[in-house]
Design a protein around this ligand. Structure first.
Ligand SMILES: NC(=O)c1ccc[n+]([C@@H]2O[C@H](COP(=O)([O-])OP(=O)(O)OC[C@H]3O[C@@H](n4cnc5c(N)ncnc54)[C@H](OP(=O)(O)O)[C@@H]3O)[C@@H](O)[C@H]2O)c1
Length: 282
């Protein structure tokens, strides 16, 4: 199946019939693992050229070479740390100089430390990648998309963004920001032919939890999503013009519960879940 987000190609006039079809380019952050990697593979398979962002330059180079060889697309590495100003600036510059049809703000992280025990540096680090970089890269990409009257932005949030179900963690707040930001900006740019989607996955197999040092061994198998399925759901929902995508029917039910359950009951559920998973350290 092809990626359903491209603008419909124009019929070529006879004199230019020999011209190669216009190439579509996407920029994906956090593209070397998990959901970002699945985006890169899927888009390359659909014929997109790519600019891929992550910190580990050697891993990024190797992945870009593999994509170029396997799918005959241009996959360009852009090594940058999105928690730093210089890292964000280098990606912003790239977004301004090239006509991207799609930006996927995917890079993000969680902490395994409750708010009362974490340092302010750790909390700022989380917010710099999960919130600050998302805002800045969206801000850099939109003017060109609006001028071209064509473009798509997928901001990766989480089901955790729908309610405070992880007491003492900044993560759900950062992801709630991504949902509201995406919906709000999406409303303002829709009339310019630009789509913005908040992608809200549940537990997805990736490096995310091990990086944070979160033990997921007690999480039942049936709760896990596979990254390629998450990407497929996101692209389908983007194609349908939706502003929020929750992959998988189980998580759609859960989000319905989170949105409509009285806050007092939700708080009790959150605390119990935290104790059961052995993470109620505060
Ligand atoms: N996995 C889940 O269960 C789950 C559920 C809901 C939402 N999400 C969200 O989905 C997104 C992707 O998560 P994932 O599970 O795919 O994570 P992952 O497997 O840990 O991959 C993270 C990717 O981001 C890059 N990255 C990390 N920090 C970065 C930084 N400071 N600057 C630039 N790149 C950075 C990593 O490469 P380098 O280390 O080389 O930089 C890697 O490519 C995140 O926003 C996460 O919050 C995940």
């Amino acid at each position: 199946m092809t990626t359903p987000v491209a603008a419909t190609p124009q019929a070529a006039p006879a004199a230019t019939a020999q011209k190669a079809p216009r190439r579509r380019t996407a920029l994906v952050t956090g593209a070397t693992a998990g959901i970002g990697k699945a985006f890169a593979v899927r888009l390359a398979n659909d014929g997109w050229d790519l600019v891929l962002v992550a910190r580990d330059a050697a891993r990024l180079d190797e992945f870009c070479q593999a994509l170029t060889q396997t799918y005959s697309v241009r996959a360009t590495p852009l090594s940058a740390d999105l928690s730093t100003s210089s890292g964000v600036e280098s990606v912003e510059a790239r977004l301004r100089e090239e006509a991207f049809e799609l930006l996927v703000n995917n890079a993000g992280l969680s902490l395994n430390t409750p708010f009362l025990k974490s340092s302010v540096e750790q909390e700022e680090y989380l917010l710099s990648v999960n919130v600050h970089a998302v805002m800045r890269l969206t801000h850099a990409a939109l003017p060109g998309m609006v001028t071209r009257r064509s473009g798509n932005i997928i901001n990766v949030s989480s089901v955790a963004g729908f309610a405070a179900t992880m007491p003492g963690s900044t993560y759900p707040a950062s992801k709630a920001w991504v949902i509201h930001f995406s919906e709000s900006v999406g409303l303002s740019v829709a009339r310019h032919g630009v789509k913005v989607l908040a992608l809200c996955p549940g537990f997805t197999r990736s490096e995310f939890h091990s990086r944070a040092g979160i033990d997921m061994s007690k999480t039942p198998n049936w709760l896990w999503l596979q990254a390629p399925n998450v990407v497929d759901a996101a692209l389908k929902d983007l194609g349908k013009g939706r502003s929020v995508s929750v992959p998988g029917w189980k998580y759609k039910v859960l989000v319905g519960f989170m949105r409509h359950t009285p806050t007092r009951l939700l708080r009790r559920f959150a605390r119990t879940a935290r104790v059961r998973t052995g993470r109620d350290t505060e």
